[in-house]
Design a protein around this ligand. Structure first.
Ligand code: ATP
Ligand code: MG
Length: 174
């Protein structure tokens, strides 16, 4: 499975609409400091359900909205669409955040889904563990500095077993 296409609208430093067509294999994104390389990684993470402010380098979800420039207006809505391909199989994941309160919504193949449903869908695509990992700037050092319990949580996410902890907590809350 690979990302065949990435569409961005008003996301972080990407004002206006952008459509990137990618091929299978290895893709390198290069550019000067501050040109938006990490913002692209944030777009991938976020569209696949990661809402963590620290990992996305924001304070609140509305910080994901393009803040405007001399030539472009501030975005009222930001959207990232990821098109995943595997042989003839095609699937799209779209996440949207709207101003002013930063409400987010999520769609898989244009059908509205919750973050928990997306987790299940990702699991069915096997988008977890060794097949699927984001390593952000400075995250290797972070892992080295983690406490044993933090490291255990991290490994549970990587192995795809954190969902069972979540399900148990949900069941206990009922
Ligand atoms: P480096 O090589 O230093 O890691 P980078 O290419 O990874 O740089 P990013 O961190 O992706 O750069 O981009 C940082 C830029 O994105 C900054 O100039 C910041 O002002 C801009 N930026 C972040 N959020 C927004 C936003 N909501 N609206 C407009 N610009 C934004
Ligand atoms: Mg960077």
């Amino acid at each position: 499975m690979y990302i065949g296409r990435l569409q961005l609208k008003g996301f972080k430093s990407f004002g206006g609409s952008h459509d990137l067509i990618l091929s299978s294999g290895f893709t390198a994104i290069v550019g000067p400091n501050g040109s938006g390389k990490s913002n692209l990684l944030d777009a991938l993470r976020w569209s696949l359900g990661d809402s963590s402010a620290s990992r996305l380098r924001i304070s609140r979800q509305s910080d994901l909205l393009f803040q405007g420039s001399v030539s472009k207006e501030t975005a009222r809505e930001a959207e990232v669409t990821l098109h995943l391909r595997e042989d003839d199989r095609l699937c799209s994941v779209k996440r949207r955040v709207t101003a002013p309160d930063g409400t987010t919504s999520l769609f898989v193949d244009n059908a509205r889904k919750t973050l928990t449903e997306l987790d299940e869908i990702k699991r069915s695509w096997k988008l977890e563990g060794a097949r699927f990992a984001f390593i952000g700037q400075g995250e290797v050092q972070e892992v080295l500095k983690q406490s044993p319990s933090e490291r255990r949580m991290h490994l549970e996410v990587l192995f795809g077993i954190d969902i069972y902890r979540k399900k148990r907590m949900e069941a206990q809350d009922r």
